[in-house]
Design a protein around this ligand. Sequence first.
Ligand code: DGI
Ligand code: FE
Ligand code: FE
Length: 199
Amino acid sequence: MNREQALEFLQRSLGTGPRYQHSVRVLETAIILAHKYGEDVTKVELAAIFHDYAKLMPIHELKKLLLKAKEDSRLVEYHSELWHGPVAAYLAHREFAVEDKDVLNAIRYHTTGRANMSRLEKIIFLADYIEPQRDFPGIIETRELAEVNLDEAVLKALSNTIAFLLTKRSAIYPDTFAAYNDLIRNTKRLDNQEKSRKS
Ligand code: DGI
Ligand code: FE
Ligand code: FE
């Protein structure tokens, strides 16, 4: 499936309205990040196009597909906002024969992140967060970090999201914390290495 075919499938699910337009901006942003950080552009395109494929499905449909996909059973205990990524990964595999595990994981984990994210997963997560029409508190700093350091930018986006969820008194899905903890440890380790190199 090429990029144009994938976009056509996406349009069948989302129409051509705001959610489709968001996906196109995520696609454009993710391609820029792919060039900057040396990721396979074809994979990035596929993951970006499908990341919100299931976003407009009714909640009962998402729930049905989650069960069918034999997904993490904890998901149903969390906000339904978290379901569209796993369902999109399931449908990309089942209906559109996307086989690449890394692409499927980038779709699957685009809302929460997780520990040990691949470069592709980080790029999709970040592109979704910083696409040009996004306006979150702290977005400017996240965009600046995205220019220079992929891990620091993802960490910033995760921190912002966690802080936002705290203000809403929302439950926070464990993978979101796992992603944060993993990146905090890695960046601290690099900081310490840098310090001992200089001393
Ligand atoms: O689908 P998009 O709107 O493009 O973006 P997204 O897939 O990142 O979804 C964003 C929403 O998901 C946003 O309202 C924050 C929420 N979210 C992210 N991580 C968590 C979460 N919500 C809960 N309850 N728990 C999380 O861990
Ligand atoms: Fe999403
Ligand atoms: Fe999105």
